[in-house]
Design a protein around this ligand. Sequence first.
Ligand SMILES: [Zn+2]
Length: 321
Amino acid sequence: MSGASESFRSSDDDQVLPFQLDALGVRGRLVRLGPSLDAVIERHGYPLAVARPLAEAMVLCAALATSLKYDGIFTLQISGDGPVRLLVTDLTTDGALRGYAQFDSWKLAVALGSGNGEAPERYVPRLFGRGRLAFTVDQGQHTQRYQGVVPLEGATLADCAHTYFRQSEQLPTGIKIAAERFVDGDAVHWRAAALMVQQMPEFDAGRLSVDHEQREDDWRKAVILMASATEAEMLSPDLAGLTLLHRLFHAERPRLFARRAFAARCRCSRERIDRVLRSIRREELDDLRDKSGRVAVKCEFCSTEYAYDDRDLDRIYASAA
Ligand SMILES: [Zn+2]
């Protein structure tokens, strides 16, 4: 275990720990993010009130994505008419996590008033306004894209996720999310955690003989145990994930599955931008030219800029013909 100050990090960071409570017919996961959040938030220099919703959205994305069987990209997108117009985060099956936000600094300052610049506790209505929450699973060309969209209803991101679970006829699901900024001298570290439980289909749980009432009771018990985790426990770098799960669920003998790791990694590349440009009429690119006449395209996720002069564009459009 690491000691005091390097220790805004833990060996569980940027990982998901899946588990199952066989006695209750419930599966779950604990996700903790650390360095991957810092990479995304620092790169963009987001203000506090934007960084926190982004950190929570990224950990929610990781919790939901790892509870699905898919091979491709899981995307969570929140859009609204408030100061934060758009928040996008996605996770690939091989663990590449990224995210970005678009916001209006002026509207944000007005919404936050004379506070300390932090997102208020129940920030969703104030920061996002009226909007929607969408989840997309993209498994590549020639496959059907799955999309779930619900209105942004709730005071917290976890509330909004619960609205989604209810409205989209998912299995009963409970989730708790926490995010916090730790200041260490000049350095700032973000941490976020999500704890999720989900009722298993009777057949999968091997509980066809368990009656409905008992199943309901077992489900309620799992939610209560999950909810008993404090935010401090969820975020503490000094409390191992396994210890936390044991603390919460020891009487139910949690069965653990292999962890999976994430890392902040963008999927953008020059080839990909080439493809996007090729899909646009060349004349339309003129609006995008900078002072030196080059067409500059910036990746919103990682801020990498891809510049194209006329010779580059000749090459791209020649290969399109
Ligand atoms: Zn990028």
